[in-house]
Design a protein around this ligand. Structure first.
Ligand SMILES: [Zn+2]
Length: 214
């Protein structure tokens, strides 16, 4: 399994993402592929995050809705109609699936609150990252200057004509974030490690970004 840790310098949380799963044949239909992967994702979360109490995965509609997840939330696997989630409760795992769109971790190490959003071309145009930053400010008293924004693997130029990762960096900076991390990994450039919806013409699996406060 291609498992990549991220934000390892922040000991109060566990953050990682699962890339391509080698040797697994997935259904060609996107929704079917996702359905087929959810049981694997659940099992994997239990293995790699044994302290997890619950696991929430955003259903994702390329919109800007963001759910605040608490212990009292219903224990559903998929949170409907959202492309982002925020929590400040230890043991709750947030999961975002992606296959060209960017997973974006927005972390407040001072207030110990985490957001994970799905920002592709459309979500970026509609400003899901600034919206998450605003929610962190209004609901959790975060200061943008304390936030760490990390952009994961996504499709980028020249593989894709729209540089939404660059736009996300600009949006975060404009919102007052000082620390923006981006290793500039392109999902379409490395088929060994990543799935790419566009390169594989839709016949692809999903990767999974995760975060949990310990
Ligand atoms: Zn590329």
């Amino acid at each position: 399994m291609n498992l990549f840790a991220t934000l390892e310098d922040l000991p109060f949380l566990s953050a990682c993402y699962i890339g391509r799963i080698p040797g697994v044949q997935l259904p060609t239909d996107r929704q079917e592929a996702l359905k087929a992967q959810i049981p694997f994702f659940k099992k994997t979360v239990k293995e790699i995050l044994p302290a997890a109490r619950s696991f929430f995965c955003a259903q994702e509609v390329h919109g800007t809705e963001i759910a605040i997840i608490t212990g009292s939330a219903p224990q559903e696997d998929l949170v409907p109609n959202v492309d982002g989630m925020i929590t400040d409760e230890p043991g709750i795992v947030l999961g975002i699936t992606f296959a060209d769109c960017a997973p974006v971790w927005i972390i407040d190490p001072q207030r110990k609150v985490v957001a994970l959003v799905h920002s592709g071309r459309r979500g970026t145009e509609e400003g899901i990252v600034p919206r998450a930053i605003q929610l962190l400010q209004t609901k959790f008293a975060s200061h943008p200057k304390n936030l760490i924004v990390t952009i994961g693997p996504c499709i980028r130029p020249p593989c894709y004509e729209v540089d939404f990762a660059k736009t996300i960096r600009e949006q975060a900076a404009q919102a007052g974030v000082h620390e923006i991390r981006d290793k500039e990994i392109c999902t379409a450039c490395d088929s060994e490690k990543y799935y790419s919806y566009r390169r594989e013409k839709g016949q692809t699996g999903h990767m999974l970004g995760l975060v949990m406060i310990r």
